[in-house]
Design a protein around this ligand. Structure first.
Ligand SMILES: C[S@@+](CC[C@H](N)C(=O)[O-])C[C@H]1O[C@@H](n2cnc3c(N)ncnc32)[C@H](O)[C@@H]1O
Length: 350
């Protein structure tokens, strides 16, 4: 079996399939997406290993919107005997394979979650067996591919490989973030995850510095503003709703009861963040105006998606944003783990 295996949020399989299909076609790689409703993953099947490699190169993980994880398919194992799942798995590995790590997973879905105990115990048996067979390095090695065994049922698994430089570094593609007791809302996790996933380590260091300035449009009750103040960034928090008192008490926040689609900053700011619940094309157009006027250097904003054709809406909004921003931007977009019916965009000057 050749192609890609990508994980996604349950219910977004057709959106990921549409994204992969369109991007594969644009890259000139033939193939087709296999997506089942609520499966939490999509396979994009190619004719051979050469096409799969070409597709993996043409679709860097960083550029994918609806994928939480990007892997190269190796094999599908069906009818696994509960008494010996290891044998068929070892037999399915290509000769000469050397692995840096081996993870056993399951889709993050209602049907997949009950498989977590099996995944854990099988992983504990698999790793020593792979080391004994000389396939798995003694310590984790980020230069070697990582094996992913994804159980779809007790007797059914997909085998795939990750390039550690071109995949999510977290099991199931999910960064585990804990809600801080002081966070005014669960939304705080969305901005924390955006900084972790959409910025690289150098960008986090360079772009999130004490004394920087930001606007937060649609700020109440203050989760995103609170995340910014934890980086000692000064924030104009724009919302008709109230902000939690301890966020205001930081001394870094100016709360203005104003319309986020009309308010303009008194001068250029480092950051614009926006979590207003509005039509995505309206938000994208307003974000573009901020860049066109030079009101912010970089931005993180959410686009709330419609119920259907979410990939098409994503593409339309991102095209509109780039066109109207009036300057070349580096744009990264992802449906984050803490996003529900929405995606998060990070944009900075190219
Ligand atoms: C999802 S909540 C934001 C949560 C916030 N990011 C947090 O972390 O606590 C959306 C907010 O957008 C605000 N909002 C919607 N339309 C707005 C507008 N035109 N101007 C300002 N705020 C708006 C709403 O009042 C609401 O508080």
């Amino acid at each position: 079996m050749h192609g890609l295996l990508c994980y996604c949020r349950q219910g977004f399989e057709s959106d990921l399939a549409a994204e992969l299909g369109e991007r594969a076609a644009a890259a000139g790689v033939p193939g087709y997406a296999r997506a089942e409703r609520d499966a939490g993953h999509v396979r994009f099947i190619t004719a051979d290993a050469g096409d799969a490699a070409a597709l993996a190169r043409a679709l860097p993980f960083r550029d994918l919107v609806f994928a939480r994880q990007k892997l190269r398919l190796l094999a599908e194992l069906r009818g696994l005997d509960p008494k010996d799942r290891l044998g068929p798995l070892l037999a399915a590995l290509p000769p000469g394979l050397r692995l840096g790590e081996a993870w056993v997973e399951h889709p993050d879905t209602d049907a997949g979650k009950p498989l977590s105990a099996l995944a854990r115990s099988f992983g504990n048996a698999l790793r020593p067996a792979l080391r004994k067979a000389g396939v798995l390095a003694a310590g984790s090695d980020p230069h070697l591919p990582r094996l992913h065994v994804c159980f779809l049922a007790g007797d059914h698994a997909l085998l795939a490989l990750a390039d550690p430089r071109d995949s999510a570094p977290w099991p199931l593609g999910i960064p585990r973030l804990k809600l801080h007791p002081d966070a005014p809302s669960r939304s705080a996790l969305k901005l924390e995850e955006a900084f972790l996933v959409l910025l690289d380590a150098a960008e986090r260091e360079q772009l999130l510095r004490p004394g920087m300035s930001a606007a937060d449009l649609g700020a109440a009750p203050g989760g995103w503003t609170w995340v910014l103040t934890r980086h000692h960034v000064r924030v104009w928090a724009i919302d008709n709703g109230p902000l939690r008192q301890h966020v205001l008490d930081s001394g870094l926040v100016e709360h203005l009861r104003a319309d986020g689609f009309r308010w303009q900053p008194p001068g250029p700011l480092d950051w614009l963040v926006c979590d207003m619940v509005e039509q995505p094309s309206r938000v994208a157009a307003r974000m573009a105006q901020w860049f066109a006027h030079g009101w912010c250097r970089q931005a993180v904003f959410n686009l709330k998606l419609p119920m259907k054709k979410r990939w098409q809406e994503t593409r339309l909004c991102l095209d509109l944003f780039r066109e109207q921003a009036g300057r070349p931007l580096r744009v990264r977009t992802r449906q984050l783990y803490h996003d529900r019916e929405e995606i998060t965009v990070f944009a900075r000057p190219a």
